[in-house]
Ligand binder design. Structure first.
Ligand code: ADP
Ligand code: MG
Length: 609
């Protein structure tokens, strides 16, 4: 064969192969064009996995009648004028290749009308015939119809997978678009059945609409800014994971990208916290100055080049912080089931006052005390925050001496060198401190109570109160008198960070709860607690209610019998060592004791007593 120039048609088909691989790549290009046209509503329809039909309609700006042909020519674009523009791309498309490529491998029809046009226009390109043109009635916006994909190129058609496999790809992609662009309303019909629909309001509602409350209620917000880079989104709690990466969403400047590096960093942070072989769920939006990334590296623009080092550490930190916060307050144990949204009994005001005047111990104190075989002997009992509830029992007979180190206050190095050995009686965490030759026992419940207590009290400082807005507002059924008492106490509740409003006759909708509690209790359970308290006492002060809630929340600390994993144990001692009062729980009982090797030697009569 002698050398000759390829004809235009062949060149186009070769190039098309780079951009259009399958129905999903057609959908991707058409939806990106709709987004670039500022559409706020996009409907996608497919038949036979997209092999027979793909229709994408938008309400964007439309294409002028005289440019309809041009749009389907190679290198025709309205988005870039010069090479320099490539370095500040803020649109999805810019190469002007997609429509030309789609046209080369299918039969394609466009219908479009601009706001200013009286009528819309229709052009059907179906080689080798002349395009068919018509004026038509059409809403402002554009509809692209792609039929018979690769029909003209049987070799390529042969590479397509089954309709099911192709449509799975399309579905996955549309989910990604719908999450990436929550302010756009998406609708997707597959073989005439509605598969998904979003309202186009917020990321929260899109996630809830697409994945339901099982997912949306178990997400934690993450957010950080680093120079010209902003990363924000939601990551799943550690109780939420999947068998594959299908629920990992990363977007760079709203672009749906696969970002292996980001994925890897996030997965690493989860690795010790979720079962092996499972994958975390996350939705991460990266916004970066378009000048700082290179989107021009591949025609399908699925990968974005960026300076990995810049974000590696900050992202790691951000994820770890969120996960730590989760385990701090909520998941020190692998809870079997999430808390059911049932009513929880809160202390009545009378009980509470009784406790305050030291006359009555709470049941939990009884239990915990019985299980506490050794109580350290101390000269001076530091005043715990709930000091008026109970003072610690001091037992004289126990052969345990207080090591020197504990009497000096050294919160930083308190548990610095501990080596975890295991758990005794499902209650006491046992450690070896090789530096001081001591055995350290930590009461997991007391320690966790102290941590919760401090985090809640700081979080509930009147200055500090923050509201956590719920991803999905919760409707709560209330009785008439409950509603009345909620209405009466609305200002009080708001002052503590609750955002709730009446809804119809017998419902309240909770939109926000105090931030610290959001990590700890289901919003309903928390709200019912409040409701019960308000019912029992009519003139609660903000302080009383706050204290009651904190007290109640502290009882959610891990109990004896709860099995902690090693990550949680590490975290527990780390947090306890940072507490301002690490030595006692809020009721004044010790959180840990240290047993010098010398005492143990004495018990075994290795050295004389
Ligand atoms: P690119 O998106 O890279 O510019 P395309 O081949 O995808 O190239 O599209 C060519 C041009 O057609 C776009 O630049 C745009 O002006 C116009 N266009 C395509 N789809 C739409 C749409 N849905 N609404 C408005 N204009 C569109
Ligand atoms: Mg495009």
């Amino acid at each position: 064969m002698s050398i000759h120039l390829l004809d235009e048609e062949t060149i186009l088909k070769i190039a098309a192969g780079e951009v259009i691989e399958n129905p999903a790549s057609v959908v991707k290009e058409l939806v990106e064009n709709a987004l670039d046209a500022n559409a706020t509503s996009i409907t996608i329809e497919t038949k036979n996995g997209g092999k027979s039909l793909i229709r994408v309609s938008d309400n964007g700006v439309g294409i002028p009648a005289e440019e309809l042909d041009l749009a389907f020519m190679r290198h025709a674009t309205s988005k870039v004028e010069s090479y320099e523009d490539l370095f500040s791309i803020d649109t999805m498309g810019f190469r002007g290749e997609a429509l030309a490529s789609i046209r080369a491998v299918s039969s394609v029809t466009v219908l479009s009308k601009r706001e200013a046009d009286a009528v819309g226009h229709f052009v059907k390109f179906s080689d080798p015939d002349e395009p068919l043109r018509q004026s038509i009635a059409h809403n402002t916006g554009t509809t692209m119809i792609v039929e018979d994909l690769f029909g003209k190129i049987p070799v390529r058609a042969g590479f397509l997978k089954s309709a099911l496999a192709e449509s799975n790809r399309v579905t996955d992609l549309i989910y990604r678009f719908a999450v990436a662009n929550p302010e756009v309303s998406f609708k997707y019909l597959k073989d005439e059945k509605i598969i998904l629909r979003t309202s186009g309001t917020s990321a929260q509602s899109a996630i809830a609409e697409l994945f339901g409350p099982d997912v949306s209620e178990k997400l934690m917000a993450v957010n950080f800014r680093y120079e010209k880079l902003q990363i924000r989104g939601w990551i799943g709690k550690t109780s939420l994971y999947r068998g594959n990466r299908g629920m990992q969403y990363t977007f760079v400047n709203q672009r749906v990208v696969s970002e292996p590096m980001l994925t890897q960093i996030i997965e690493q942070e989860y690795s010790a916290r979720i079962p092996h072989g499972r994958y975390p769920i996350f939705f991460i939006w990266v916004e970066v100055d378009p000048g700082a990334i290179d989107v021009n590296i591949h025609p399908t623009k699925q990968k974005v080049q960026w300076v990995e080092d810049t974000i590696f550490l900050p992202v790691k930190d951000m994820i770890r912080k969120a996960l730590n916060e989760e385990s701090d307050l909520n998941l020190l144990i692998e809870k079997k089931e999430p808390e059911p949204p049932e009513r929880v009994n809160l202390y009545t005001m009378t009980e509470y006052k009784a406790m305050k005047s030291q006359k009555q111990a709470t049941p939990i104190e009884h239990i915990a005390e019985k299980q506490l075989p050794y109580v350290e002997k101390r000269e001076e009992v530091r005043k715990p925050a709930f000091s008026n509830l109970k003072t610690p029992t001091v037992s004289e007979q126990l052969p345990i001496e207080m090591p020197q180190s504990i009497q000096k206050e050294e919160p930083k190095s308190l548990f610095a060198n501990l080596r975890y050995m295991g758990t005794f009686s499902k209650t006491y965490l046992l450690f070896e401190d090789p530096l001081t030759s001591e055995m350290v026992m930590i009461d997991q419940h007391a320690a966790h109570e102290r941590i919760l207590f401090e985090s809640l009290t700081t979080g509930m400082d009147t200055e500090n109160i923050q509201t956590q807005m719920l991803l999905v507002p919760q409707n709560l059924r209330v009785k008439a008198h409950e509603k009345e008492s909620l209405m009466r106490n609305r200002a009080l509740l708001e002052s503590l960070g609750f955002i709730a409003e009446p809804l119809g006759e017998d419902h309240f909708v909770i939109r926000g709860i105090p931030y610290q509690f959001g990590r700890l209790q289901s919003p309903q359970a928390l709200f019912y607690s409040v409701l019960d308290t308000l019912e029992q006492e009519h003139n609660l002060s903000q302080r009383d209610l706050k204290e009651l809630l904190i007290k109640k929340a502290c009882t959610l600390a891990v109990k004896s019998g709860d099995l902690l994993n090693e990550v949680s144990v590490d975290r527990l001692i780390e947090l306890l060592s940072k507490a301002t009062q690490p030595h006692t729980c809020p009721h004044g009982r010790p959180t840990y004791i240290r047993m010098p090797l010398k005492s143990i030697h004495k018990w075994f009569q290795r050295i004389p007593s």
